[in-house]
Design a protein around this ligand. Structure first.
Ligand code: CO8
Length: 231
């Protein structure tokens, strides 16, 4: 086995272990928010969970440090709060590119509840921001959201397969490109996204419109210390 194959195997093993923990803690979160067991049971589970924390934080990363799952150049975000298998907060949403559109699928449990039985509006915004990011990134230029507006047309049901779709619209006709000044394309892109149930994909429950920019070199330096922010 070559050194590169060794590293790939190690990375796959690490990601699998991280995903396993993510799934277990996600299941714990789901159990915690649906549980109606007695108070004594809740307290004994809380104590048992608190005892587990030090074994995880014995080796930890800080802000700006890459996790072992996301080596430079991999473009992965194993702990992303929407798609990351390692993040218990992530549903996670499974995203595919279909005919230039980003299509996400997931089922949201009661941990994501806003109105009783339905998804919290902020969670819908989170999912749509992510899917618009994928639609923008599909052009090969990962960007950052500079504005996001939403229209909530109907409540999004919990415990129901959902479909989240994002695509690029026309770029901003009002702003002339000043690429020459900055060495980057400074034309913001418009992206559009929707949430519907998987069973009724044409019935739009939430609609989003976002603007994305590709940070120029100075901005990447200022915000991320020069490291390619998307890799
Ligand atoms: C696949 C993974 C998907 C992940 C999806 C997730 C996406 C996200 O959530 S990203 C996180 C949320 N977004 C952010 O944190 C961005 C926060 N904003 C910022 O850091 C700054 O506003 C930043 C860097 C974009 C611009 O700041 P700054 O360099 O000071 O420029 P500023 O003087 O404010 O801009 C002046 C104008 O130029 C525009 N502009 C600035 N930089 C650019 C650029 N690189 N390209 C095009 N337009 C630009 C601005 O939008 C602004 O336009 P307007 O006047 O119409 O509002």
């Amino acid at each position: 086995m070559t050194q590169q194959e060794d590293q790939q195997e190690e990375l796959a093993e690490r990601r699998a272990a991280v995903a396993e923990l993510g799934a277990a803690v996600r299941a714990l979160t789901d159990a915690a928010v649906v549980s109606e067991v007695d108070d004594a049971t809740l307290r004994s589970v809380a104590a048992a969970v608190a005892e587990l924390v030090p074994s995880l934080t014995a080796a930890r990363r800080e802000r700006h440090e890459r996790p072992a799952t996301d080596p430079p150049g991999s473009g992965h975000r194993w702990y992303n709060p929407v798609i990351g298998a390692g993040n218990p907060m992530a549903p996670p949403v499974h995203v595919e590119l279909v005919d230039g559109r980003a299509v996400g699928t997931c089922v949201l449990g009661l941990a994501y509840e806003g109105p009783r039985g339905y998804v919290h509006g902020g969670i819908s915004a989170l999912l749509l921001d992510q899917i618009l990011g994928h639609a923008h990134g599909a052009s090969g230029r990962p960007g950052m959201t500079i504005s996001l507006s939403l229209r909530y047309r109907g409540p999004v049901p919990l415990n129901t397969p959902l479909r989240i779709t994002g695509w690029l619209g026309e770029s901003d006709p009002g702003r002339p490109s000043d690429a020459d000044d900055h060495g980057d394309d400074r034309q913001p892109s418009h992206a559009i996204g929707t949430i519907s149930t998987a069973d009724e994909p044409d019935s739009v429950l939430v609609e989003a419109r976002g603007k994305f920019i590709v940070p120029n070199r100075k901005q990447v330096q200022r915000i991320f210390g020069g490291e390619d922010f998307a890799r």
